[in-house]
Design a protein around this ligand. Structure first.
Ligand code: ZN
Ligand code: MN
Length: 493
């Protein structure tokens, strides 16, 4: 059998936990603070003291519905809370409040573009739950527990096993991060652990029309896009090799398992056999009333659904004529795209704004390591600078210097251009005089321009440079070019 040609297909489903950016926890009023001293953001509810009563966070519910709508899910009109038994020091009440059989969002999909192809990944469900605390292992010989994170609202998004490669999973995760930050439902910070990924991976191996499937491996707790890609690629190869070694390595014969990703070694490592749902002993939480989603609640959330990144990218290309590359950069963040669009509304000519936005503003922001929205240059001043280039009052090069000056001073760009002496001279009389001066000082170049066809173009360019230098950069280069052509044709006659 091993001599026969085999083809393999990787099957991937994702479970993603997204931390919602509410001010307080899921079932109590404790604040969500990332770097508070350990165990300072806790109360009897999130510590799991007996008799403490949880109350649901309405904002977390609204954020989850908004995300569900953006993922084209059906929003349940009736949903409830379940206890998931869980024995571990980071969750002292020994259960996690989650949603089992009636999740808030179901049956959605999310489209991603992978190497030019649009792929539709089905979303099985998205439900709300609370996070656990953190076990800290920094002190040798003991484990400390910080419960500040316990009770943090998480939206768990579960896809159908529709992803077929490590690269697709990577794109899915990055697009999902973009979506949740666009919606404003999560900060989506990887460094702060706001998104944690758990791919389920197995491989379908085809041998002459017979298909074998390897056991499903769940890779636990990945916290970067890079580890998602690395762990899936590794797991796909490992499972294929394991089957080639032993043809009994198939689903049903060998148990599914949980594995962890070792980032330093670039391998997954066995953790334990995978739990089945019945191991968790789910049952409805008697302390929490079910939620009925009213028409009014749903309408309120629907009204807040913004244009989503994929639709916006398509519109920016068709409406503003931006290149795919520039669109990707501008639409990547909602604030950036809003700023661009507002500048267009303020009257900026789109072609010039597009160039300035990427080559000037985003570059200046990048040099200063801040988002472009923090540059203290608003849409109106951006629009004005682009218009000044469009009407020829400053050159594109001069605009770069004006832009830099705009970062330090809130004056209109016109005033700064004037002060910096960068306003282009449109006065034809002055320019004629500069052209005469340049022609008088560069007779050989004038002769070449007139009589040497091989050098004509270069010589005209050389003369234009001379005029620009004489003008101190204030001449409009386009106009200078026209005047030089005119003068040369006069000389030819
Ligand atoms: Zn609390
Ligand atoms: Mn979960």
């Amino acid at each position: 059998m091993t001599d026969q040609a085999i083809t393999t297909r990787t099957i991937i489903g994702l479970e993603i936990h997204v931390q919602l950016r509410t001010a307080t926890k899921m079932f109590c009023g404790c604040p969500l603070k990332f770097d508070a001293p350990p165990n300072t953001c806790v109360c009897p509810v999130c510590l799991g003291h007996p008799g403490a009563l949880p109350v649901i966070n309405r904002q977390a519910l609204a954020y989850s519905m908004l995300t569900g709508l953006a993922l084209s899910c059906d929003i349940a009109r009736h949903t409830k809370w379940d206890r998931k038994s869980y024995y571990y020091p980071d969750m002292p009440k020994n259960y996690q409040i989650s949603q089992y059989d009636l999740p808030l969002c179901e049956h959605g999909h999310f489209e991603i573009s992978v190497e030019g192809d649009t792929r539709r990944i089905r979303i099985k469900r998205a439900h709300l739950e609370e996070d656990a605390g953190k076990n800290l292992h920094d002190v040798p010989g003991c484990t400390l527990v910080d419960l500040n994170r316990a009770g943090t609202p998480l939206l768990e998004i579960v896809t159908e096993p529709d992803l077929t490669s490590a690269e697709e999973a990577f794109v899915f995760c990055t697009e999902l991060q973009r979506l949740v930050t666009y919606l404003g439902v999560s900060e989506g910070s990887m460094q702060k652990g706001h998104m944690r990924f758990e791919p389920n991976v197995n491989v379908a191996i085809d041998v002459g029309g017979t298909e074998y499937r390897t056991p499903i491996v769940e890779i636990k707790n990945l916290n970067s896009f890079k580890s998602v890609r690395g762990a899936i690629a590794f797991e796909s190869q490992r499972q294929t090799a394991a089957w080639q070694e032993d043809h009994d390595y198939v689903l049903g014969k060998v148990p599914n398992e949980n594995r962890g990703w070792n980032d330093d070694r670039g391998v997954t490592e066995f953790q334990r056999p995978k739990e089945a749902a019945h191991d968790y002993r789910y049952f409805p939480d008697p302390d929490l009333v079910p939620v009925d989603v009213t028409d009014e609640m749903l309408a309120g959330v629907t009204a807040r659904l913004p244009e989503l990144p994929i639709a916006r990218r398509a519109r920016f290309m068709s409406e503003f004529g931006l290149s795919p590359k520039d669109t990707e950069i501008i639409v990547g963040h909602r604030g950036t795209a809003d700023l661009f669009e507002n500048a267009v509304k303020c009257g900026a000519p789109v072609d010039i704004l597009g160039k300035q936005f990427v080559n000037v503003w985003l570059k200046l922001a990048n040099d200063r390591n801040v988002p472009v929205t923090d540059l203290s240059v608003d849409a109106e001043r951006m629009a004005r600078l682009a218009s000044m280039v469009a009407d020829g009052s400053v050159s594109a090069t001069a605009a770069n210097r004006i832009a830099e000056a705009m970062l330090d001073r809130r004056d209109p760009p016109d005033l700064l251009a004037d002060e910096l002496g960068l306003v282009q001279v449109q006065d034809t009389g002055a320019m004629e005089a500069w052209v005469s001066e340049a022609f008088a000082a560069n007779e050989q170049a004038v002769r070449d321009a007139l009589t040497n066809p091989k050098k004509a173009k270069a010589s005209a360019g050389f003369l234009r440079g001379k005029v620009m230098r004489i003008s101190g950069g204030k001449a409009d280069p386009k106009l200078v070019g026209q005047l030089i052509e005119k003068r040369l044709s006069e000389l030819r006659e």
